[in-house]
Design a protein around this ligand. Structure first.
Ligand code: SF4
Length: 218
């Protein structure tokens, strides 16, 4: 059976979505001024973390100049700053900040992934692109044998994951959904710059999700 390494190889070489392939490559060539010295990743970004994780965090997609630049989910953008700080404060990460693939950041009992693995224009993947990328999320779910809790970030991750379960549920921030012996679901707003800078998502509301995850996992 395929392991995490085989899955990662498949993801990194994927070209199923022509629009996203063109966009992620173009962004990696053109860059932005503040990162002009970076050698952008410019490929699909695999999930990362502890293969024995009980907690899975599902985001939306790599940011054009964040994970599409660094090659690691949530690394190098403002959403990642919120995520890694929260994971550090609740004992899931050894560092409060991630800047590159080789910065020494390690997750313990947590794995981070996204609904789509190529940066989409305006952070908005199409339905077809989400559908194309879903097999990778399914593969991660089956590889994470000890999974007990899924945290979804934002509506698209929530809707995608609940549809995968064959359910239609009402979204609520920090709301817990339990499914008997299957992993529970904890929903959260996405820590996007738009949400955090407008105050739609405040730090206290955000960290409460991860404190709850910590309590649930013991
Ligand atoms: S978004 Fe997913 S399915 Fe589409 S090209 Fe990227 S890795 Fe492949």
């Amino acid at each position: 059976m395929e392991g995490f390494e085989g899955l990662e190889r498949r993801i990194v070489s994927c070209e199923k979505c022509p629009r996203l392939v063109a966009y992620r490559k173009r962004v990696a060539e053109v860059k932005v001024r503040r990162f002009r010295d970076w050698d952008y990743w410019g490929k699909p970004v695999p999930g990362f973390g502890d293969p024995k994780a009980e907690l899975l965090i599902i985001g939306l997609a790599p940011a054009a100049h964040g994970a599409n630049r660094t090659g690691r989910m949530f690394t190098g953008d403002s959403s990642g700053e919120w995520l890694f700080r929260a994971l550090y404060e609740t004992g899931f990460s050894n560092m409060p900040r991630g800047v590159s693939r080789d910065d020494g950041l390690k997750l313990t009992n947590a794995y981070v992934t996204a609904v789509v693995r190529c940066a989409p224009p305006k952070n908005l993947p199409t339905k077809d692109e989400i559908r194309n990328c879903l097999p990778y999320l399914k593969a991660e779910l089956s590889l994470l044998k000890r999974l007990k809790l899924v945290v979804t970030l934002g509506r698209i991750a929530f809707d995608t994951y609940t549809r995968l379960l064959g359910l239609r549920l009402k979204f609520g921030h920090n709301r817990l959904y339990e499914f008997g012996d299957s992993p529970s679901l904890l929903a959260s707003y996405h820590p996007s710059r738009q949400n955090t800078q407008t105050g739609r998502l405040k730090w206290d509301e955000w960290i409460a999700v991860f404190r709850r995850a910590r309590e649930l996992l013991g």
